[in-house]
Design a protein around this ligand. Sequence first.
Ligand SMILES: Nc1ncnc2c1ncn2[C@@H]1O[C@H](COP(=O)(O)OP(=O)(O)OP(=O)(O)O)[C@@H](O)[C@H]1O
Ligand SMILES: [Mg+2]
Length: 247
Amino acid sequence: MAPLISIKNLYFSYGEQLVLENINLEVNRGDFLAILGPNGSGKTTLIKLILGLLKPQKGEIRLFGQPSATFKERWRIGYVPQRAIARVDPVFPVSVAEVVSFGLLPKKSFPRFMKASDWEAVREALRQVEMEAYGRRKLSQLSGGQQQRVFIARAIVAQPEVLILDEPTTGVDVTTQERFYDLLGLLNQKGLTIIIVTHDIGIVNKHVKQVACLNRRLVYHGTHEEFCSSPRLKEYVGEHHLVIHRH
Ligand SMILES: Nc1ncnc2c1ncn2[C@@H]1O[C@H](COP(=O)(O)OP(=O)(O)OP(=O)(O)O)[C@@H](O)[C@H]1O
Ligand SMILES: [Mg+2]
């Protein structure tokens, strides 16, 4: 079976600045990949390239075996963008259910009516993130951790096969983070392929199966176990003074 995401010899620059250099990476069905790297190492840029929001200058990205440039079924990849919580407008009176329903738009053709089955899908997505009781609440009235769950519901409501999260736990307390990773672990067990992007090595917890370290180039890619016993990890922890959660 073709990998869900295949990246070959990828280069990307913003103007003169080379941000990604010769990236080669495969993501297979069932993977739970953490992409680690310091601020400015190109993580968000790589995600935007995968999503087709940016075009590579050189190299190839294939999604579900098809060239990214002509790939149409964007809903097959769910996305929780960086700083989604910080962008919540405290005045805009959008409800939780409405926010989640926006995740169905890529799957719809015009006219984009919401059918009864669509609202059922919204309820189901909220149930999966244990937020079904909050559908009518205003998004701005939820806590950061609750909002984060709503953004996951929005990203999974169209039943994607891959979920990509860019720094989803920034500003969320440790207990909420643990519950959050348990939720991702559960979704992964049910068959969802997950890519989580962060500069926080604390994210490499018991649910993560593969680790990739990015710093303009892909400096490491291997299994979680290899990573935990590799000198690369010790360097990384040493440089960043961070603590790792082993299983
Ligand atoms: N739209 C843009 N135009 C020009 N340069 C950009 C743009 N977006 C990002 N950059 C630069 O590209 C580099 C990589 O940025 P990117 O956002 O991919 O990093 P990141 O690894 O996601 O960082 P962080 O951990 O801070 O989110 C940085 O040097 C950044 O300044
Ligand atoms: Mg980023």
